[in-house]
Write a protein that binds this ligand. Structure first.
Ligand code: PGA
Length: 249
């Protein structure tokens, strides 16, 4: 059985002091629950703070929002997968829409990052999603599956089976416009089917998260949709009380 996953993507918010204050408040209210998993993706500077505060909480883990694909070298401003691991991260977001569309990252780079994550022992969470124009042109599945298959290209089947995926339609991120549970389900089912074709029955255990304007009002309905195994939440994860309400959905 897949445990529902609640992942918070803080983006460029909550430096170490704010992250500590958030965690103090959140941990005071959120009791350990065995039937769900909570992941935090703080900015790189706050990873150590968050992972240390979660040390005694096996129900929660910390990830990093981005890595470079090289393990070390002359890449001013970048963070590598081994460094993220050393800071206490267990997961990494790869190919988030802001990385793809603001920083122009390519499918090939996402694939290199997935492989770098595995070399360092991090679990990659590969994010995929179409632009509004692509949806309007009827291209959603083609775009999403292209991103997906490129991202896992030449990755061992056993490793793919240990990954997570997030479907985040670009037009729904930070816009207040959410995909309907039906829209989400349709794409999630296509992702699940593509993963099954790629690696067989083991694909059944792979969590597929939905992201894009998830909030305390819509999280429960989205999570009830077929093939939606969790949520990846940006704006609505920034406030400890609001995040507590979503995680208790
Ligand atoms: P949002 O962001 O919840 O603010 O739409 C989601 C994401 O980018 O992961």
């Amino acid at each position: 059985m897949k445990l529902p996953i609640f992942a918070a993507n803080w983006k460029m918010h909550h430096g170490p002091s704010d992250a500590r204050a958030f965690m103090k408040s959140f941990l005071a209210h959120y009791r350990r629950q065995q039937d769900r998993k909570v992941l935090f993706f703080p900015n790189a500077l706050s990873v150590t703070t968050v992972s240390e505060l979660l040390r005694d909480r096996p129900d929660m883990e910390t990830g990093i929002q981005n890595i470079h694909w090289e393990d070390k070298g002359a890449f001013t401003g970048e963070n590598s997968a081994p460094m993220a691991r050393d800071s206490g991260a267990t997961h990494v977001l790869v190919g988030h829409s802001e990385r793809r569309h603001v920083f122009h990252e390519t499918d090939v780079e996402s694939n290199l990052k997935v492989k770098a994550a595995f070399r360092a022992g991090l679990t990659p969470v590969l994010c995929v999603g179409e632009l509004l124009a692509e949806r309007d042109a009827g291209d959603t599945e083609r775009v999403v599956l292209r991103q997906l298959l490129a991202g896992i290209s030449e990755v061992e089947e056993g490793q793919v089976a240990s990954m997570m995926f997030a479907y985040e339609p670009v037009w729904a991120i930070g816009t207040g416009r959410t995909a309907t549970p039906q829209d989400a389900s349709t794409v999630h089912s296509a992702i699940a089917a593509a993963l099954k074709t790629a690696i067989g029955e083991r694909a059944a255990g792979i969590p597929i998260l939905y992201g894009g304007s998830v909030n305390r009002g819509n999280a429960t309905t989205l999570l009830a949709a077929p093939d939606v195994d969790g949520v990846l939440v940006g704006g609505a994860s920034l406030d400890a009380d609001g995040w507590n309400a979503i995680v208790c959905a």
